[in-house]
Design a protein around this ligand. Sequence first.
Ligand code: B16
Ligand code: MG
Length: 216
Amino acid sequence: MVKAVIFDLDGVLVTTDELHYLAWKALADELGISQFTRQDNVRQRGVSRMASLEVVLEKADTKYSDAQKIELADRKNAIYVKSLESLSPNDLLSGVKEFIFFLKEKGIKTAVGSASKNTLMILEKTGLANEFDAISCGLDTTKSKPDPEVFLIAAQKLGLDPCECVVIEDSDAGIQAAKDGGMTAVAVGAARNHPLADYRAESIEEWDYRNSDLFM
Ligand code: B16
Ligand code: MG
């Protein structure tokens, strides 16, 4: 049986994808980049803020210095954080609380493995700050998913081997990271057709985890 479940944050526990998109779109508009689309935004899922900025700048005529890029990423983050002001426990995705309770009853540890540097604030606002045995986030890492670093740090904080951990992810980059890290990967949402996934579900709510061999 698995010893821990490591949750991706955005798209798995909570969905602020639309808020990320609107903040990047606002920045793109400010910079006169009219071609930034929702399809571009799909490639920003699960990857770091700076890697996401590069997706926006692919369509820019101007070349930006590293210092300017940091300023642009800060500007986007300010817009995004402002839009998180009204985030509350009501914004947790359906079935999340029940699944965490199920895992606790089974004695399975839980962790968060997220690219977001806003992880702690999002967990606090949604009432999950004290629910996990470990948190690994964008503040702990030097490499962005698909590098497995964020999940390996989570496993290390839990005191477990990667092969004892299951990762639940909604991004292609995150599924790749989980597999490269030697973990079992459950793909939900946008990543559910990823060829490397070991298990697939529409969402946690739709997943028949009670009957999954993972937890028998
Ligand atoms: P921040 P996850 C990711 O969260 C988002 O999916 C991705 O779109 C975002 O660029 C990344 O966090 C960094 O977020 O700007 O708040 O540090 O899916 O890994 O939980
Ligand atoms: Mg995600």
